[in-house]
Design a protein around this ligand. Structure first.
Ligand code: ATP
Length: 299
């Protein structure tokens, strides 16, 4: 559905994206993760044609590219981007904004009341946006995307400034839209939240995708335990650790369980229980752990 081919973007001589390639299908939610200033927004701006890459191309449905104004218009009918809070009109109401997006993309406003009900916006949606809190504005921005109802949605920092119950509400709606075969990109710093709904999480570094984590495929199980560097050193010295183990960001030891017999797994658990301070968990490496591995580890 959406292909990025060898995308390079540079601001002056600083390369932000470097020959980045990627393919995404409908019905996917893709998390985009990286520290501040790495290039997530730049990537979204290339996909939306707000920035022309120095080289490379964006291809929709195998053929449409941003080559002419006409081609861009036909792509933009199917693609919406998360509004910036500063783009909202303070003198208009939330309903006005939803009608605007509904009319512009879907050519209808009939579906808007359901969105208002779902996102629990009835109390304030008729008021001028200038009176909204940060969280109310953010919810409105998400509601505008839902009103646009496009097949591709680029959501930059969708969960910013939202409380726990709103994060949950929006997460559930994202899952519903995925079922409707939307392709949704979510750039977020709420890493654990991505594990709830993303199919894949891509990690950006040095202008490219350094890791792609597929969340719904069966992935390896690990015993995970917090260890101080001295404890890890002792463990390493005393035990014959398998080379596949990982020690992340000087605090988390992860011991792979795959390929071990039941007895070996039990023995390792007993060994590690000796070091337990807080808790031992068993599970696959999640987005948080990959993040720490790629961005917080020194080597
Ligand atoms: N118009 C611009 N001119 C010069 N440099 C820019 C411009 N826009 C972005 N950059 C630089 O490109 C890099 C990537 O910025 P980008 O906004 O894409 O990062 P990000 O990963 O979205 O960050 P954040 O998590 O803070 O939103 C940063 O170093 C930024 O300073």
């Amino acid at each position: 559905m959406l292909k990025l081919k060898n995308i390079t973007v540079a601001y002056k001589d600083k390369k932000v994206l470097d020959e980045l390639s990627f393919y995404a299908e409908k019905g996917e939610i893709i998390g985009v993760v990286a520290p501040n200033g790495t290039g997530k927004t730049t990537l979204f701006h290339v996909m939306a044609n707000f920035i022309k890459p120095k080289s490379g191309e964006v291809i929709f449905n195998g053929k449409h590219k941003y080559t002419t104004e006409k081609a861009e218009l036909s792509i933009r009918k199917h693609l919406s981007t998360f509004p910036d809070q500063s783009d909202l009109f303070n003198e208009l109401s939330g309903v006005d904004h939803l009608k605007l997006y509904g009319n512009m993309w879907k050519g209808s406003t009939k579906h808007i009341q359901e969105i208002i009900d779902y996102l629990q916006m009835n109390d304030y949606v008729k008021r001028k946006v200038g009176t909204y809190s940060l969280g109310m504005r953010q919810r409105l921005c998400f509601a505008m995307m839902v009103a646009a109802d496009t097949s591709i949605m680029l959501m930059d920092e969708v969960m910013n400034g939202l409380d726990v119950s709103n994060v949950e509400l929006i997460s559930q709606r994202l899952l519903q839209m995925k079922k409707e075969q939307k392709l949704i990109f979510v750039a977020s710093h709420l890493l654990e939240n991505l594990d709830l709904y993303a199919d894949r999480v891509i990690f950006l570094k040095d202008g490219t995708i350094i890791h792609e984590q597929r969340l719904h495929e069966k992935s390896g199980l690990y015993i995970k335990i917090e260890l101080k560097p001295e404890q890890y050193k002792t463990l390493k010295h005393k035990e014959n650790l398998p080379k596949e183990h990982v020690y992340i960001a000087d605090h988390l030891f992860c011991m792979p369980l795959d390929h071990l017999s039941y007895t070996e797994q039990t023995n390792w658990l007993q060994t590690l229980l000796y070091y337990m301070d807080k808790e031992i968990t068993i599970g696959p490496l999640g987005t948080v752990e990959h993040y720490e591995k790629y961005y917080l580890d020194k080597e």
